[in-house]
Design a protein around this ligand. Structure first.
Ligand code: V1S
Ligand code: CA
Ligand code: ZN
Length: 395
């Protein structure tokens, strides 16, 4: 009804697994897989599925997961019994044994965990395959983006690193992959996985404080192991930020940094993690970004004209996650100017949106905006440092 049509000669695919959305981390846990259902509901009520190839994905196989993860870790993940009460890892007496960081309050062992993980990974691997075989120009995997998971360790709500699996798939057909991470947290798992190769450059924008903000890594000078013999040296870029950054500052940073990286590194594919916890009003986040500023990053990447996977990630205020990811789906399709700002009347769970617009103002979201602790001088220094790093990269 909004006349959303397929862009000519351009294919966007949407990879989702409705079963994944039914899993629960626990009552008090901030990660709510149901936010994916709310996102799909908004995407559908705007008529966007008509303009995309829509896939219900299969779970990733054990062999696929093994392309990054260790078998003893996967075996434990597949067989550890679910705990009904999350253990209190901050209290060693009650803690019991914790293996692979599984079963604390951040990474609980819940019912159906292995299915949840393999479905999330399945969406990302399928998205990567569609990019590889040229069937999609942009492939969307909102159920992926779990950037903290390590080869043999769960971390920060992430168990399987679907992004690493997706990038490994892209590397089979593309010489260089640029990973960009706009989640409010540092993309440490992806950075570490590609520390020793010059075929992947990783860039994370995040709130940084080594003692008080998870995971505490990703300082400006952390650019990968600096050994002369390591081809991956200088291929990790970190953009550490303070509380309260605005759309205007973030867009300026993003374009200055990604523009320069694109010139030097010349990626043949992009993997973009769009964690929505960098939005204002997020339960765990600290920034003042609006749906427009978050989406501007996706728009900028799309304009580079390079095949791209778009992943989800964090995002702990479901209504804001759904708004951002629906808007970003419309940018991928190129119909962002055709859909009305007002949330359609027939949207299931419309009452969850509180404000009936895709673009609520900062005042509507927060009442009082969070103080902005990012000075123009500091942002200039960050851009300067990144430009200096790039002198060591490619041409
Ligand atoms: N910030 C934060 C935060 N909140 C929680 C949490 C709160 C309630 C619960 F019932 C369970 C967990 N954990 C954290 C962080 C992890 C953030 C992960 C972000 C993931 C992502 O968005 O980047 C990608 C999906 N964990 C910590 O801060 C660790 C602790 C150090 C403090 C909190 N306690 C609960 C565990 C140890
Ligand atoms: Ca980030
Ligand atoms: Zn996050």
């Amino acid at each position: 009804e909004y006349n959303i049509v397929r862009p000519k000669g351009y294919t966007v695919s949407y990879h989702a697994s409705p079963e994944m959305e039914k899993h629960h981390f626990g009552q008090t846990h901030p990660m709510k897989p149901w936010r994916l259902t709310l996102t799909k509901s908004l995407v559908t009520s705007y008529g966007m599925p008509f303009a995309m190839d829509n896939y219900n994905t299969r779970p990733a196989t054990y062999e696929e997961l093994k392309s990054f993860h260790a078998s003893d870790y996967l075996d434990y993940l597949a067989t550890a019994p679910p705990e009904d009460q999350p253990r209190d890892i901050d209290n060693p007496e009650k803690a019991g044994e914790v293996k692979f960081n599984l079963g604390g309050s951040d990474c609980p062992l819940f019912h159906g965990l292995y299915d949840y993980c393999s479905m999330s990974a399945g969406t990302s691997v399928d998205a990567a395959r569609k990019i590889c075989n040229g069937q999609s120009d942009i492939a969307i995997a909102w159920g992926g983006g779990l950037h903290h998971a390590k080869r043999s360790e769960a971390s920060g709500f992430c168990y399987i690193n679907d992004i690493v699996l997706g990038i490994l798939q892209l590397l089979r057909c593309y010489p260089r992959v640029l990973y960009i991470d706009i989640d409010v947290h540092h993309g440490d798992g992806v950075e570490e996985a590609f520390f020793s190769t010059d075929r992947v450059m990783t860039v994370s924008f995040h709130k940084y404080h080594p003692d008080t903000f998870f995971p505490g890594t990703g300082g400006l000078d952390d650019n990968g192991p600096k050994s002369e013999h390591n081809p991956g040296a200088h291929h990790a870029i970190n953009v550490p930020l303070n509380d309260g950054i605005t759309d205007e500052q973030y867009s300026w940073l993003f374009e200055s940094i990604i523009g320069k990286i694109n010139e030097h590194f010349r990626p043949s594919a992009i993997a973009l993690q769009c964690g929505a916890d960098s939005l204002a009003g997020d339960r765990l986040g600290r920034f003042n970004l609006q749906v427009q500023g978050h989406g501007a990053c996706v728009e900028y990447c799309k304009k580079l004209g390079i095949p791209m996977i778009i992943f989800g990630g964090g995002g702990y205020t479901p209504r804001n996650v759904a708004r951002a990811w629906a808007h970003e789906t419309s940018i991928a399709i190129g119909c962002q100017n055709k859909i009305p700002e007002e949330i359609p009347q027939h949207t299931p769970w419309r009452e969850h949106f509180i404000h009936d617009t895709l673009f609520p103002t900062l005042e509507q979201i927060l009442g009082e905006p969070r103080a902005n602790r990012n000075t123009p001088k500091r942002l200039q220094e960050i851009v300067q440092h990144v430009h200096e790093q790039l002198r060591f990269v490619g041409h």
